[in-house]
Ligand binder design. Structure first.
Ligand code: PGA
Length: 262
């Protein structure tokens, strides 16, 4: 595992975007797994800037990690009122770059048959030749995608119930400003499993801010446990790069000391 610590969020984002751009230049028809959330927004802004300077996404295939169950993109609504991750990807990245629409895959939160859909999503990843690089954040509860605490580390794409902490974290990020109530939030999501993620050819995990410092240390240096599903990075056999800002890296190497103090 290669851990890179950058000074701040902007530097972390630039470094992550460069890592992704390198792959696209080396393999123009690569398959990239994208992520949603606050963390990758800076990376996407940087990729958009690079696209304006010539970075070509026309051969790239995208597979997103997850989508709220019950939500689908609705372009008749303003962005602030459309909380689907499909809309997020469209607004934050896809509409600004030349990726082909038919090469974009995001779990369909409106499917009437989620079990069948999840099987087909796994098949589509295989048919595309597997994912070359998966971008990942880490949730406050240690999740990768929506693999909440307790998710099996060999899980595949499926419907998952969101943890109380995720509901709280995402309520802050997405709902409060738009005036939604907590009750209106979807309680389930379709998510790639940890097993699905461990099959990819390379992982790029990013995290920033003090609020992520402890969970980052637990995932990278604590025991491998399905209570912190991102700790699966320690079982990962491919090439894993972790880019952190100084705040998110601030608990690395300190878990034991702080545990014994508390
Ligand atoms: P965040 O979410 O980027 O909004 O902190 C990360 C995640 O849930 O994976």
């Amino acid at each position: 595992m290669n851990i890179i610590v950058k000074q701040d969020y902007i530097q972390m984002s630039k470094c992550a975007a460069e890592h992704i751009a390198e792959l696209i230049k080396k393999k123009p028809n690569c398959v990239i797994g994208f992520a949603t959330g606050g963390t990758p927004i800076g990376t996407y802004r940087e990729l958009i800037r690079m696209h304006k300077e010539g970075l070509d996404f026309s051969g790239v295939t995208a597979f997103n990690l997850d989508e709220y169950y019950g939500l689908g993109i609705d372009l008749t609504k303003p962005y602030s009122q459309d909380q689907s991750y499909t809309r997020f990807m469209y607004e934050e990245l896809f509409k600004h770059i030349n990726i082909k629409k038919e090469n974009i895959h995001i779990p369909d939160g409106t499917t009437k048959n989620p079990e069948q859909f999840c099987k087909e999503y796994e098949e589509a990843i295989k048919e595309a030749g597997g994912i070359d690089l998966q971008l990942l954040g880490i949730g406050g509860d240690g999740h990768w995608a929506f693999n909440e605490p307790g998710s099996p580390l060999d899980s595949r794409t499926r419907i998952e119930k969101l943890s109380e902490q995720t509901l709280e974290d995402n309520y802050e990020a997405f709902y409060k400003g738009a005036g939604f109530t907590r009750e209106q939030m979807p309680k389930y999501a379709i998510t790639m499993g940890i097993g699905t993620i461990l099959d990819v050819r390379s992982i790029l995990m990013i995290a920033n801010g003090y609020k992520k410092a402890r969970v980052v240390a637990e995932a990278l240096e604590g025991p491998i446990t399905n209570q912190i599903t991102a700790s699966a990075i320690q079982m990962y056999k491919g090439e894993a790069t972790v880019i952190l800002d100084e705040e998110a890296a601030s608990m690395l190497g300190r878990l034991k000391r702080s545990d014994s103090v508390s």
